[in-house]
Design a protein around this ligand. Sequence first.
Ligand SMILES: Cc1ncc(COP(=O)(O)O)c(C=O)c1O
Length: 332
Amino acid sequence: MTAFGTVFMPEMIVSDFNGAQWSSPAVVPSDSLQLHPGAHVFHYASTCFEGLKAFRHPDGSINIFRMDRNIKRMSQSSRLLSLPEVDQSLLEKMILDITEKFASEVPEPPGSMYIRPTHIGTEAAIGKAAAPSATSLLYVLLSPVGDYFSGDAGALRLLLREEGMRCAPHMGEVKSGGNYASALPSILQARAEVKADQVLFCPNGEVQETGAANFILFDDNEVITKSLDSTLLHGVTRDSVLQLARDMGMSVQERDLTVAELLERAAKPGCEAALSGTAAVLAPVGTLIYQGKEHRVGSGEPGALTTRLRGMMNDIQWGKAEDPHGWLTRVG
Ligand SMILES: Cc1ncc(COP(=O)(O)O)c(C=O)c1O
């Protein structure tokens, strides 16, 4: 099986901002991009991206999940990085056009077409450490993906880390490359030292999120996850799972969660925890590693509720269930 995100469609769609306006989108080969080595993005990390998916339904139609949310987030990331303002309707058209062009390549469920809009500062100006790039490039890559998380991979092991943080606290809600680079040393260390799959960043003892997913705790009828602020990414999957939980009559609490409360709740037999994100949907967490000690979450195995919510999400995405919240946009 090829690694997630390593296969690309041969073409992408691009539009560039010349300082005054966006060009009409063009479909070009996706294996190269000509940029000046002095481009702002290479020096001052003026870059943000998105990740969303298109799904093939039983009637053959192609449907994109919560595209409006990703477009809004991309626009906000661009603003918070002082990149040129994204034209949201232009980006929507770019996503729809390139997905339609490669509609026949969208895999059958559990596979999907992963869509990666990217926005970078292109101005060749190495003296602009304290000034924004006047020009930029927006492009949308497509990558067919399989079942990232097959369900029989078992439950994840997370290292709870209180020292440091994933990224600067005012940047967590920005989906920008630098945040991921910033989290890497902690993740690599956790893998090497305690064989953790991910790090759950808990600055000052407050549970936040992992390097690329939100964290959700399920305790009986309660669903607990950190409320939205600038320190964490406002996950589209998180929002969707919370909505489905509300639909099921569960008590959803978006609030602070301390490591102490997490460990106390996790010790109860029925407790479950999961990571939410576009790539993995909802991945069960079985073990929390804290100060050298391993704590099982509930039974330590993937839980029934996590599996059920994941199934409900998949059924909507795959066109096997109603889409009561209007989350899907049909392509073409
Ligand atoms: C840091 C971070 N948190 C959370 C998420 C989950 O967000 P979403 O559900 O929108 O994919 C992601 C993935 O995009 C992420 O990179």
